[in-house]
Design a protein around this ligand. Structure first.
Ligand code: FE2
Length: 292
């Protein structure tokens, strides 16, 4: 079978932004450079050893029409929401939250000697599921399977499938792949991504060569950078003298209209206006709608 290696479409250097009550982030999706990479709406990388960069956190705020995925590298974030969930996510843990029809939550990084670091991804929901009942999945680090390939790559399978190993998070509308990939020096990683699916990598440690054709020609990418792939069947990444750690994220695009306003992402402007009205009238959260 003929497989087509995916070439690089674009490389995005993250932009520094301040969000929440004053958290410094590096944003590579959902900002000025690339607003939407269907079905992904936002990708933020937070990470600092300095408490003043993160301790203000994200006090109680709403979401509607999306899923938010938080993956922690170090430190701790305490959270609570209007579903009654409360707890903490630490190094290696994942929180996959389906905001659906409406949720309010708080995400507060804790001041710790090791600082605070991780990622937040927003995945769009299809129109028919935007107002679904909110759901929350908390996946501790020990439940995330790890695969080592014969080429030496070590992969934490958060969602998707690597060589028959199924990811820890399932039942997500967009059926995404979310891999944390470490390739040691002199290694490589090859992964199939179905034709038509959106795919990107976020390089956050070291550097890697993104192989673009069968002759082995590649482009070097150094952290921090978000690499968007063109269409094709397979992606291939190699390392030489340095190792690399990156996230590989992919999913089938929705191809639906987008209306976004802050933490709300719907299909029409009217639905955004309704979200703002619901918030004002105290009918925002899903439980309230169910009984009205
Ligand atoms: Fe949030």
């Amino acid at each position: 079978m003929n497989t087509q290696l995916r070439e690089i479409k674009t490389i995005i250097e993250p932009t520094h932004v301040v969000e929440g009550a004053g958290v410094r982030l590096r944003r590579s999706l959902g900002g000025e450079k690339l607003n939407y990479l269907d079905p992904f709406l936002l990708f933020d990388h937070f990470g600092s050893p300095h408490a003043e960069d993160y301790q203000a956190g994200f006090p109680m705020h709403p979401h509607r029409g999306i899923e938010t995925v938080t993956y922690m590298l170090n430190g701790e974030v305490q959270h609570r929401d209007t579903l009654g969930n409360a707890g903490s996510i630490g190094a290696g843990d994942v929180q996959w939250m389906t905001a659906g029809g409406g949720i309010l939550h708080e995400e507060m990084p804790q001041v710790r000697p090791e600082g605070n670091g991780g990622f937040q991804l927003w995945v769009n929901l299809p129109a028919k599921l935007k107002m679904v009942q909110p759901r929350y999945q908390d996946i501790p680090s020990r439940k995330i399977p790890e695969v080592t390939t014969k080429d030496g790559a070590r992969i934490r399978v958060i969602a998707g499938n690597v060589g028959g190993t199924e990811g820890a998070v399932t039942g997500i509308a967009a059926n995404p792949t979310y891999l944390d990939v470490f390739i040691p020096p002199g290694g490589s990683f090859t992964h199939s991504v179905p034709q038509g699916h959106t795919a990107f990598a976020y390089v956050f440690e070291g550097k890697a060569g993104f192989v673009e054709n069968e002759n082995g020609e590649h482009r070097w990418v150094t952290q921090p950078a978000l690499v968007v792939w063109e269409d094709g069947d397979v992606v291939r990444i190699e390392t030489r003298d340095k190792g690399v750690r990156l996230l590989l994220i992919s999913a089938k695009p929705l191809g639906e209209p987008i209306a976004r306003y802050g933490p709300f992402v719907m299909n029409t402007k009217d639905e955004i206006a309704q979200a703002l009205l619901d918030l004002k009238q105290g009918t925002f959260i899903w439980q309230d709608q169910a009984v009205s």
